[in-house]
Design a protein around this ligand. Structure first.
Ligand code: UDP
Length: 357
């Protein structure tokens, strides 16, 4: 197949602003190339793919970012800036896709979904979030009625946010296993990884660290600086050890030294890449029983699922984390979330989409 991918319209690939989509896109490209498909990627200027993805053709577009939907009101109207990056990526993608089999959209936004109704080229969508916007969910309902195969989701629980989709296509996610080294560091520090933004609930993990009299190592882009400093000020100085945003290679080296990852989503996390990245390094994860992480973590085997928003319950699991065998964590990723498994699921799905056209 020749597949044209459209990246997120928030931040260039490698900036961290695009969150998990950046890694998902790279993993998918690796898996598709490995299976022998041809891949074009349309992405914001300055984007970088993994070096091993050099066979993919990268096309740059310059323009203004979209505003992330999770930071707007649920009923906000669609806003498209002048010199829109998203519109530019779509224009280029549609042009290149004239000679391809399918256009695969990885941005969670209104415009590409609406275009599905208005062009003959098949546009398939990996929906990367739960329902964060009424206007997008309503549009998906409409497009779904005409093109029922064109949407795929990362987890069942994410797809539950779109109840009109009767049999959702679930593709999980994929990780390039040789990018992550297993480490058996049972006595390491506590870790938290993610965009520092309210939907990620960092404050609950800091609470746990503070109760234990430990520091919490935090990796990720401070997307919301005000939120970050509010949390910092509400705990004793030095409780948070800000580690910044690192490349996958640097991140996994550091993360692998930790004894547990705390994952504290306040929203219906679509998947939770950081959960699997920790597991791939042998690091067990304690997460709230909410969103994608509740489908990934095997309670008592690769980590623990705490009652949502119950920080004390999370704390009680940190106290018994050494019961988890770190090898189980890595094994789960090898069996369930490699790039080739992921790419195979995506290819099966895209074949359905194309056949329907
Ligand atoms: N990440 C990273 N370096 C860091 C911290 C985070 O590359 O220092 C990446 C991480 O690999 C993951 C992404 O940020 O792919 C966060 O994705 P996740 O699915 O956990 O959440 P999202 O941001 O999509 O809501």
């Amino acid at each position: 197949m020749r597949i044209v991918l459209i990246s997120t319209p928030i931040g260039f690939l490698g900036s961290g602003k695009g969150g998990g989509v950046e890694l998902t896109l790279n993993s998918l490209v690796s898996g598709l190339l490995f299976l022998g498909h041809s891949v074009d990627v349309i992405a914001p200027k300055n984007s970088k793919l993994y070096e091993s993805n050099e066979k993919a053709k990268l096309h740059f577009v310059d323009g203004e970012d979209q505003i992330s939907w999770q930071h707007q009101n649920y009923n906000s109207p669609v806003s498209i800036p002048d010199n829109s990056l998203l519109a530019g990526m779509l224009e280029k993608g549609l042009d290149i896709a004239k000679k391809a089999d399918v256009l695969l959209n990885m941005s969670y936004d209104w415009l590409p979904i609406w275009m599905t109704l208005n062009v003959e080229i098949p546009i398939a969508h990996i929906i990367s979030m739960g329902s964060e916007s009424s206007v997008i969910s309503n549009l998906i309902t409409k497009v779904y009625a005409k093109h029922p195969y064109n949407f795929a989701f990362h987890s069942k629980i994410q797809a539950d946010d779109y109840p009109f989709i009767k049999k959702p296509i679930i593709i999980g996610n994929g990780f390039k296993l040789d990018n992550y080294t297993f480490q058996d560091s049972v006595k390491g520090p506590l870790a938290w990884v993610g965009r520092v933004a309210p939907e990620k609930g960092l404050e609950d993990a800091v609470y746990v660290a503070n109760k234990l009299g430990e520091k919490l190592k935090v990796w990720g882009v401070k997307e919301d600086e005000t939120y970050a400093s509010e949390i910092e000020q509400s705990f004793p100085q030095g409780t948070i050890d800000w580690m910044g945003f690192l490349s996958t290679n640097e991140l996994q080296k550091e993360l692998g030294k930790c004894r547990v990852l705390l994952n504290t989503p306040k929203w219906n996390e679509a998947y939770g890449n950081v959960v699997v990245e920790a597991l791939a390094c042998g690091v067990p994860v304690i997460a709230y029983r909410r969103g994608g992480p509740s489908e990934i973590i095997q309670h008592g085997k690769t980590g623990y699922l705490a009652t949502p928003d119950d920080k004390r319950n999370m704390l009680s699991y940190v106290e018994i984390i050494e019961k988890i065998k770190r090898k189980n964590c890595r094994e789960w990723v090898e069996k369930n979330a490699s790039t080739d498994k992921f790419a195979n699921k995506v290819v099966n799905w895209l074949n359905k989409v194309i056949n329907e056209y």
